[in-house]
Design a binder for this molecule. Structure first.
Ligand code: PRT
Ligand code: ZN
Length: 286
C-alpha cells in the first residue's frame, strides 16, 4: 500500500488559517468540513489531523502524525523529542516578561523572589536559571495578563505580538525571553518512503517561500543604459534582455529580492529605466 503522510495542524486558532494556506500554496488540496477531525488530500499522499496545538508535539513524537505545524514556543515548552524541520515564517511572536506599568525596571534581578504567572513554565524556568534568579512560577493556562491586577502575581510571562493586550492591562514589556514563529515538526522514526514525501513537501515549501521573498521585474531601457541597469539586477543567473520593436530600446527582465526592492527601483530609475513592472512570483524553484 502506498504510504501517506499524516500532518497535524491546529484545528482552530491563530495558526490554522495560515497552515492550511501554506499547504494549499504547495499545491496540496483537501476538502474539509469545518467540524471534521481528519481530511484526506485528493492530489498528494497526505492526510490532515486537526488538533489543539498543545497536543501536536506529542502526536508527532509518538508517530501518530509524521509532521505537525505549531508555534516554536509550543514545541520548546512541550519538550517532546521531535525534529524542527523548517521555520515557516508566519505567526511570529515573542514570549516576554511584563510588569505593572508604574513599576521601575532596570534588569532581570527585578524578578528575584517575585511571583510570575505564565503558561510557559519551562521556557521561563530556563531563562530564570540562566540569569540565576529565584522566582516563583505560577502556571496558569489562560488570561495570564490579568494576573497582576487581580493580585495573583507580580508579573507575567506571556506571548506578545502587537503589545496591545499588555497595554490594555496596565502592563509593560521589560524582557523578551524567546522569539517564535510557526514551525514544521517531524519525528525520528519516519520511514525512507515517508522521508521522500517529506522532502517533496519541504521542496515545495522552499519554493513558495522563495517566491514570496522575490519579485519579478520587467522594464524598458535605452540600449546605452542597458549595461548600467544589468549591473543593478543580478537575477537568478543574469537578466534577460529582449530588444523592443522601437529601435534603440531593450526590455530587461529579472528577479529582485523583496527586501532590496525599493532601493533597487530607485537606482534603476536613476539609470534610465522606464515602464517598470513588478510582478509577484508564485513559486520559485531553486
Ligand atoms: O486551542 P488551541 O490550544 O489549539 O490554541 P491556543 O489558544 O493555545 O493558541 P492560539 O491559537 O492562541 O495561538 C497559537 C500560536 O500562535 C501560539 O502558540 C503562538 O506561537 C502564535 N501566536 C502569534 C500567538 C500570538 N501571536 C498572540 N498574540 N499566540 C497567542 N497570542 C496571544 C497572547 O497569548 C496574548 O493573549 O495574543 C495576546 C497578545 O497579543 P497582542 O497582539 O495584544 O500583543
Ligand atoms: Zn493551545
Amino acid at each position: 500500500m502506498k504510504k501517506t503522510l499524516r500532518i497535524a495542524i491546529q484545528k482552530s486558532g491563530r495558526l490554522s488559517e495560515q497552515s492550511v494556506k501554506l499547504i494549499n500554496e504547495c499545491g496540496i488540496h483537501f476538502n474539509n468540513g469545518k467540524s471534521r477531525l481528519k481530511a484526506v488530500s485528493y492530489n498528494f499522499p497526505a492526510e490532515f489531523l486537526f488538533l489543539r496545538d498543545d497536543d501536536i508535539p506529542g502526536y508527532v513524537e509518538d508517530g501518530v502524525a509524521d509532521l505537525g505545524i505549531v508555534g516554536e514556543n509550543e514545541m520548546v515548552e512541550k519538550a517532546k523529542d521531535v525534529l524542527l524541520i523548517k521555520r515557516l515564517g508566519f505567526s511570529k511572536c515573542r514570549l516576554s516578561l511584563a510588569i505593572p506599568r508604574d513599576k521601575a525596571y532596570t534588569e532581570p534581578s527585578y524578578f528575584q523572589a517575585k511571583n510570575i504567572a505564565t503558561s510557559y513554565p519551562r521556557i521561563l524556568h530556563q531563562f530564570l536559571k540562566e540569569k540565576q534568579i529565584s522566582a516563583h512560577i505560577h502556571e496558569i493556562s489562560g488570561s495570564v495578563e490579568i494576573a497582576p491586577s487581580i493580585g495573583l502575581a507580580d508579573a507575567v510571562c506571556d506571548i506578545v505580538s502587537s503589545g496591545s493586550t499588555l497595554l490594555s492591562n496596565g502592563l509593560k514589556e521589560v524582557e523578551t525571553i524567546f522569539r517564535s514563529e510557526a514551525v514544521l515538526l517531524g519525528n525520528h522514526q519516519a520511514s525512507e518512503e515517508k522521508k521522500d514525501l517529506i522532502d517533496q513537501l519541504v521542496f515545495r515549501i522552499n519554493s513558495v517561500q522563495a517566491g514570496k521573498g522575490n519579485k519579478y521585474i520587467l522594464l524598458n531601457a535605452p540600449k546605452d543604459a542597458t549595461e548600467a541597469i544589468v549591473n543593478l539586477l543580478p537575477g537568478m543567473r543574469s537578466p534577460t534582455i529582449v530588444p523592443l520593436a522601437m529601435s534603440g530600446w531593450n526590455s530587461i527582465h529579472s528577479v529582485v529580492q523583496e527586501d532590496q526592492f525599493w532601493e533597487v527601483i530607485e537606482k534603476l530609475r536613476e539609470a534610465g529605466a522606464e515602464g517598470i513592472l513588478v510582478v509577484p512570483i508564485e513559486k520559485m524553484i531553486l
